[in-house]
Design a protein around this ligand. Sequence first.
Ligand code: GDP
Ligand code: MG
Length: 162
Amino acid sequence: APPVVAVVGRPNVGKSTLVNRLIGRRAAVVQDTPGVTRDRVSYDALWNGRQFVVVDTGGWAPDAKGMAAQIAEQAELAISAADAVVFVVDTNVGILDHDEAVVRVLRRSKKPVLLVANKVDDQRAEAEAAAMWNLGLGEPHPVSALTGRGSGDLLDAILDIL
Ligand code: GDP
Ligand code: MG
């Protein structure tokens, strides 16, 4: 079976937009209202002749559990079923508590992780992306899921860790 890459991160960082970039079509649902992706959804991807599966995650139910706990739980489920993980942060907003909740899950897992600094729509945002080194998850990959900036390099990097 082809290897599986899970795309994780707190709501609204651009996971579904990035998934659409990675699979080269519009399939993952993107909305300005965070939390629209209710379950994990898998898509087939092909890059440089190599097949892999991309899993979009997100969403929460308004129940007793706190949002951070639900985000962490979602990430945990997706990571355990994946061969590699793409962790997405929003370069414009920076790191919030809900990002840290995912980072804690990532540290516990032994899976290879690629850090994506998303929403780097132009050259100016590159400096902010470099600040993501502070997460201790290795080199941040600056990407604009919206425009496609950096997505080819990211796909190359994903194939390198699979
Ligand atoms: P998710 O909740 O993490 O799946 O995030 P979505 O993919 O649904 O995107 C949330 C919002 O961020 C939407 O309004 C997207 O259009 C926007 N967005 C996603 N990627 C980018 C990007 O690279 N640049 C900018 N400026 N906006 C983005
Ligand atoms: Mg989504």
